[in-house]
Design a protein. Structure first.
Length: 159
């Protein structure tokens, strides 16, 4: 690096402390263009796009539309609409349960995944503190498919 090409406002002590890039190993890129080329970034200096497309042919379905108020297990199945088969081994990365159907979207309950009773069925433990309609929102990735399965299911908590 030609230190004389640096702006004059940089203090001499900082200029002296700058590393000499000519002594770095070959695997360390010396220019941004080289780093960008090695990492596969585009000319626009952005990462390659991540698919957020929705998988319309896949859908979650409730196994039971009603559960008891209080501590409850909620089972859903993931179905491939093209074949009607259950889809095992999906990665559910987002889940939420709230009372949005009854006009209370800020009324949420804890929800945590549990071991699946069978392939293609996904079980969650929750504590529904009020009776009424609850919305279960899920987002998942399916192995071998591009996109995301996103569904909002409404179940009823009864006493």
């Amino acid at each position: 690096m030609d230190r004389s090409a640096l702006p004059a406002w940089i203090p001499p002590s900082v200029v002296q402390a700058l590393p000499d890039r000519s002594t770095l190993p070959d695997w360390v890129p010396t220019f941004w263009a080289e780093a960008r080329a090695r990492s596969g970034l585009t000319r626009a200096r952005t990462l390659p796009p991540v698919s957020t497309a929705e998988l319309k042919e896949h859908a979650f379905e409730l196994v039971q539309g009603e559960v008891k108020q209080g501590a409850a297990m909620v089972d859903v199945r993931l179905v491939d609409g093209r074949s009607g088969q259950l889809v095992p081994d999906a990665v559910i990365f987002a889940r939420r349960i709230d009372m949005a159907p009854d006009g209370m979207p800020t009324m949420t309950a804890p929800i945590e995944p549990m071991p699946a009773p069978e392939p293609g069925i996904y079980r969650f433990r929750t504590d529904l503190m009020m009776e009424g309609n609850w919305q279960l929102s899920l987002a998942a990735k399916v192995q071998g498919e591009t996109g995301t399965v996103q569904n909002r299911l409404v179940l009823k908590a009864v006493q």
